[in-house]
Design a protein around this ligand. Structure first.
Ligand SMILES: [Zn+2]
Ligand SMILES: [Zn+2]
Length: 158
């Protein structure tokens, strides 16, 4: 495989993961999988929350893909690499910048990063399964639009 194909597969896999994660967050975590995700929308004690099990699942899947990839397919191996890079970006942006779960302070710099953090804070404005906005982790809509959506949603519910 050429270097360019390898880079292309990895990048497509990172972008694909954001779309996949968005869908999982919206339809599974805020759906049938709410049981695990609820812990992330409530105050929890201790360094871990039940929601972290999702990250564990994804790590196991990535490890499996690396093994399968090295045995049978180079393409699969680079997909696994993309998945892992996505996981690291998620850990940096979501756990680091937004929730400050790292043992040291991570400062948010740049307009887009600030928008990303604000958008995810708006996701946490809702503590219930339904009515939340902004399900992406690396991509976020304009904050004003999200606020409008949130407002519209809350009047719908009452
Ligand atoms: Zn959520
Ligand atoms: Zn969060």
């Amino acid at each position: 495989m050429s270097v360019w194909s390898a880079i292309a597969i990895t990048l497509v896999s990172v972008v694909g993961m954001e779309i996949f994660a968005w869908a999982i967050h919206k339809y599974v975590m805020h759906g049938a999988g709410w049981g695990w995700h609820e812990s992330h929308h409530k105050e929890t004690e201790g360094p871990f929350e039940t929601n972290d099990l999702y990250a564990v699942c994804f790590s196991v899947i990535a490890a499996g893909l690396f093994i399968a990839g090295s045995l049978w397919s180079e393409t699969l191996w680079f997909i696994a690499l993309g998945l892992t890079i996505y996981g690291l970006l998620y850990a940096f942006v979501h756990d680091g910048l937004v929730h400050q779960r790292w043992p040291f302070f991570v400062k948010t710099r740049g307009r887009y990063m600030k928008r990303l953090v604000q958008a995810h804070r708006l996701h946490h404005a809702v503590h219930t399964r339904d009515g939340a906005v902004s399900f992406g982790f690396l991509w976020a809509e304009d904050v004003r639009k999200l606020k409008a959506k949130l407002k519209a949603g809350s009047t719908d519910r009452t």
